[in-house]
Design a protein around this ligand. Structure first.
Ligand code: NAD
Length: 295
């Protein structure tokens, strides 16, 4: 079993580190938050004094940080100066493609193998060890990362070269945001035209309007499988996080000369929803926002 340095023990990282411990790995963990560190200790991790301390004798490193600037700072400022050269590094945060590529290039310049490995699946999947990992990096690095990622997820997919994991993640989540907005407005339109939501679901879920946003994550309470809509839009995937991913997608599109009008519109709508104070609600609460309701 491997010695793993784990940095970033928040909503996602806490459960992921715990699953590595359950799998028999020795996890030395660090977070700026004392409460997060205490939870990791309870789950069987050893407490590190700093990110550098967490990785100083690690065979593998996993990071789960908020954004690109944190990843650049933690790798550039602490990890690269302390980690053994033969360790495999995995950044599982959702960050911009440019930062992912830059950090992996810096690792490669120092002779260290690294992959970007963002995840699909929320806090429940992180706790249950059922995340999906989209991995960017060289095939040899992917082969080394895979057995460790498999202990935290149900699927580990090689997306391509460095940054490809982040590219897959943000393209997917742009699609998710746009289909959720479209699904919400279709339900609202159907209702205003006199259709019962359940009847519309029964028809559209078997017709060409069907999507994951409709059949796995229906934004209408009492319709389809149980979703955050049935819990007052609490839990699930926060609108603020959907907005973060849409911003990353639109920013990457600008850099790549890609035209993403639907993604840009979804970004703008989620920005308005977050500005209205609903960023903590599940992203399917867009249906209430479009209907002029708040909270
Ligand atoms: P979070 O804010 O709960 O956790 C981030 C942790 O990083 C915090 O505990 C924070 O203290 C720590 N941290 C920040 N800077 C640090 C530093 N310099 N050194 C050490 N620790 C530091 O966030 P989260 O919900 O766990 O999300 C983490 C990443 O996973 C994000 O990139 C997010 O977009 C992505 N993600 C989240 C979800 C979700 O449902 N929450 C789903 C998929 C992907």
């Amino acid at each position: 079993m491997a010695k793993i340095g784990f940095i970033g023990l928040g909503n996602m990282g806490g459960g992921m580190a715990a699953n590595l411990v359950k799998a028999g790995h020795r996890v030395k963990a660090f977070d700026l938050s004392d409460a997060a560190l205490a939870r990791a200790e309870e789950a069987g991790c050893a407490r590190a004094r700093s990110a550098a301390d967490a990785v100083s004798d690690a065979e593998a490193v996993v990071t789960m940080l908020p954004a690109g600037k944190h990843v650049r700072q933690v790798y550039g400022g602490e990890i690269f100066g302390a980690v053994p050269r033969n360790a495999i590094l995995m950044d599982c945060s959702t960050i911009d493609v440019a930062s992912a590529k830059a950090v992996i290039a810096e690792a490669a310049a120092g002779g260290i193998a690294m992959v970007d490995a963002p995840v699909s699946g929320g806090i429940a999947a992180a706790d249950a060890g059922t995340l999906t990992f989209m991995v960017g990096g060289e095939a040899a690095a992917f082969a080394r990362a895979r057995p460790i990622l498999e202990r935290m997820g149900k699927a580990v997919i090689h997306a391509g070269a460095a940054g490809a994991g982040q590219a897959a993640k943000i393209a997917n989540n742009m699609l998710l945001g746009a289909t959720m907005v479209a699904t919400c407005e279709a339900f609202l339109l159907a209702e205003k035209l006199g259709l019962d939501p359940q009847t519309f679901y029964d028809i559209s879920s078997k017709a060409s309007g069907q999507s994951w946003s409709m059949t796995s994550y229906c934004p209408v309470a009492g319709v389809g499988p149980e979703t955050p809509a049935d819990r007052g839009y609490r839990g699930g995937f926060a609108a603020a996080l959907q907005l973060k991913d849409l911003k990353l997608a639109v920013e990457a599109a600008h850099g790549a000369d890609a035209s993403v009008p639907m993604g840009s519109l979804a970004e703008s709508l989620y920005q308005a929803m977050v500005n209205a104070g609903d960023g903590g609600l599940d992203f399917s609460a867009m249906i209430r926002f479009l209907d002029g309701k708040r909270g």
